[in-house]
Design a binder for this molecule. Structure first.
Ligand SMILES: NC(=O)C1=CN([C@@H]2O[C@H](COP(=O)(O)OP(=O)(O)OC[C@H]3O[C@@H](n4cnc5c(N)ncnc54)[C@H](O)[C@@H]3O)[C@@H](O)[C@H]2O)C=CC1
Ligand SMILES: CC(=O)C(=O)O
Ligand SMILES: [Mg+2]
Length: 644
């Protein structure tokens, strides 16, 4: 029926948005609240100013103009752009909703922000902060230089990043990205990504059409509530999805035009930030409970309805929401939580790598005693995955969980506690008399072989702790993974771990560390235990395979694939992860493992399903062929030889 087709066609919010904007532009009727409209071309040519436009007098209300550009095009036009000062009425009518931080700033504030940076550059970090933050003025300056390149020429930015990945990962990602998020309100220059706020309820399905790309393949979303180990940073947390998606493009070959960083703004409990006049998010405390979930539901429905095939990565959500959100969507949508699942696969891969360093088989995992400091989303995700690894090696789940001692900010978690979260329960210790025991005491009593740090609370692995660990572990090299980020939140540095254990430690940290000079004159290289080894490959394999969901077996396949990629000569040096310079090959191989596991479960669709029948090599070749490589493409048709 023709009318049914028509109704379906216009039932989409995008069509309505187009229709209303089209009618408005065509009729040239000033919407209410606007002073007057003239054509944008007339703004600076006095001879073309219509007679009814009064001369401009400073301080008086200036005339309004009709602009033909909308959305991103408008924001990129220096004549018309007002950045974060666009008022709500203009954001509504010009397709800008979601493209700017939710709060409109005044021009006076914009001037003040510029002048502040002009006189005291944001990237100047006082030397006393350097040691704590692990980010130097030079790293911040480099970040700014890379962002400026990203804004001018995306293809060149990614080519530079590809060719210098090892050097630049600490600049676009941890630890520098932590400093970026802390200072996002001062650094904000150009829009990147989308903002969905509590004030947008009811409009999100239409707002997604303000994003200029029809085809989005990957979305990374945060609500800014737990940014690295830096806590609640509100909309400033958008720096993390931006950094993660830079890795999607550089490491996994997603096309930069097909990724979307997002922050959901439900307020912030960070009062200092809220009080800052330059802060761009809602100035209210965080919404929680059913209202919070309904906002996230609306966002997920909106993005999934416009981009039904996209993969959605949840990033840096605080523990109260991270687990419930994952459980809410993972059965029906192509989603994963990087902090819970990506980190877990990374840690297990690192432990398999450490066993390889000691010439031990994977089954030796079952003999390890593991102390995990931090019982949050990352810590418990890691513990659950290692326990799953132990069950694959023959232990029962009950036996596996007995090999863990988990501590949170109150110390060892035992059955004495009544208010333990469900995801911690399997790891609660029976020995009630040791409730709340300190880390040092647990280490002396338990004599662990593996010490994991996922508390985000700084230097918890002090000299006494490291000495006790080393002394209690004489028959095997102690494995020490302080995985918290950024550098200021790490549990110990590589130098501290290696010096105290006299070079015996097998060490890997969440943020990068320089090689350590040992007293004997030797240099020890150190690994980085960061989920960047895993999440790009998980996303790539599941997106290309259109697996609809991401299962535990797919994550396990990623964890098992990674340690096989460590070069034998690097194992000899005690390195447990592969070389970052090989990140594209690593991501392609992790993606292949993920897709193979999905194939075994009958979840593959599309061309990868066809390749599945031909084996892993054919699958990897297909995956590699689909990875973006930054090269200039022709923008006009030019006959061969003309430009030579
Ligand atoms: N290396 C990597 O790839 C990743 C690292 N992380 C890092 O892990 C850290 C924790 O992240 P989440 O688990 O998501 O945070 P979370 O907030 O969910 O959990 C933190 C846990 O640490 C505990 N804790 C806090 N202070 C403590 C103290 N003084 N002693 C012992 N325990 C303490 C808390 O009680 C809580 O159980 C962050 O720093 C984050 O950057 C997270 C994901 C990936
Ligand atoms: C690496 C990461 O995802 C984190 O620290 O939260
Ligand atoms: Mg994270």
């Amino acid at each position: 029926m023709w009318w049914l087709k028509l109704r379906r066609r216009w039932a989409q919010p995008r069509r309505w948005a187009q229709l209303t904007r089209g009618l408005q532009a065509a009729s040239n009727i000033p919407p209410r609240g606007f002073v007057r409209y003239i054509h944008e071309d007339d703004r600076f040519s006095t001879d073309r100013v219509p007679e009814d436009v009064p001369p401009y007098i400073p301080g008086q209300e200036s005339p309004a103009y009709v602009v033909r550009k909308t959305g991103y095009d408008l924001l990129k036009d220096p004549w018309c752009n007002k950045g974060s000062a666009f008022p709500r009425s203009e954001r509504d009518r010009l397709g800008l909703r979601g493209l700017l931080p939710p709060r409109s700033l005044t021009m006076e504030l914009q001037v003040a922000r510029f002048m502040q940076d002009y006189h005291h550059p944001v990237h100047f970090i006082p030397p006393e902060d350097v040691e704590l933050g692990g980010v130097t003025s030079e790293m911040a300056r480099r970040w700014k230089a890379l962002q400026a390149l990203h804004d001018r020429n995306e293809t060149l930015f990614y080519r530079v990043l590809f060719e210098n990945f090892t050097e630049m990962a600490p600049i676009i990602y941890t630890p520098t990205v932590g400093w970026v998020c802390l200072n996002f309100h001062k650094l904000y220059r150009r829009p990147r990504g989308m903002y969905f706020s509590a004030a947008d309820r009811g409009d999100m399905a239409a707002m997604v059409y303000n994003w200029p790309q029809r085809d989005v393949q990957a979305i990374v979303v945060t609500d800014g509530s737990r940014i690295l180990g830096l806590g609640d940073l509100g909309v400033n947390g958008l720096g993390i999805p931006i950094g993660k998606l830079d890795l999607y493009c550089a490491a996994a070959g997603f096309s930069p035009s097909k990724v979307l960083p997002v922050v959901i703004d439900v307020g912030t409990n960070n009062e200092t930030l809220r009080a800052n006049p330059h802060y761009g998010g809602l100035r209210c405390s965080r919404i929680t409970g059913p209202e919070y979930f309904s906002i996230v539901d609306e966002f997920v429905t909106a993005v999934m309805s416009r981009w039904p095939n996209a993969i959605l990565q949840f990033e840096d959500f605080s523990i109260d929401h991270a687990v419930p959100l994952l459980e809410r969507y993972r059965q029906h949508h192509l989603v994963f939580n990087d902090d819970i699942q990506g980190t877990a696969a990374t840690a297990l891969a690192g432990l398999y790598g450490a066993l390889r360093v000691m010439n031990m088989p994977p089954s030796a995992l079952t003999e390890q005693r593991i102390v995990c400091v931090g019982a949050g989303s990352a810590g418990m995700g890691v513990a659950k995955m290692i326990a799953a690894g132990m069950t694959k090696q023959g232990l029962s789940l009950a036996e596996a969980t007995k090999r863990f001692w988990v501590l949170d900010y109150m110390g060892l978690i035992t059955k004495k506690r009544s208010d333990v979260a469900n995801f911690v329960k399997p790891f609660v210790r029976e020995e009630k008399q040791h409730e709340g025991e300190s880390l040092l005491s647990v280490i002396k009593r338990v004599k662990p072989t593996i010490l994991l740090g996922l508390a985000g609370a700084g230097r918890l692995f002090n000299k006494e702790v490291l000495t006790a660990l080393s002394e209690g572990c004489p028959h095997q090299r102690p494995i020490i993974f302080p995985m918290s980020n950024p550098t200021s939140r790490m549990e110990c540095t590589a130098e501290e771990a290696l010096r105290v254990t006299k070079g015996r430690a097998i060490f890997a940290s969440g943020s990068p560390q320089q090689p350590v000079q040992m007293p004997d004159g030797g240099t020890v290289a150190v690994s980085q235990a960061n989920n960047m080894y895993i999440f790009p490959g998980i996303a790539l394999g599941s997106f290309l395979g259109q697996t609809r969901v991401i299962t535990d077996d797919m994550l396990m396949a990623a964890a098992e694939a990674l340690p096989k990629l460590v070069h034998p000569e690097d194992l000899a040096k005690g390195l447990v992860y592969p070389r970052l310079a090989d990140i594209r090959d690593i991501s392609a191989r992790v993606a292949t493992a993920v897709a193979c596991a999905a194939g075994k479960e009958g979840r593959l669709r599309g061309p990868l399903l066809e390749k599945y029948g031909q084996g892993p090599d054919a699958m990897r070749a297909y995956i590699a062929s689909r990875m973006f490589y930054p090269e200039y493409s022709s923008l006009v048709h030019v006959p061969p030889g003309v430009d030579e």
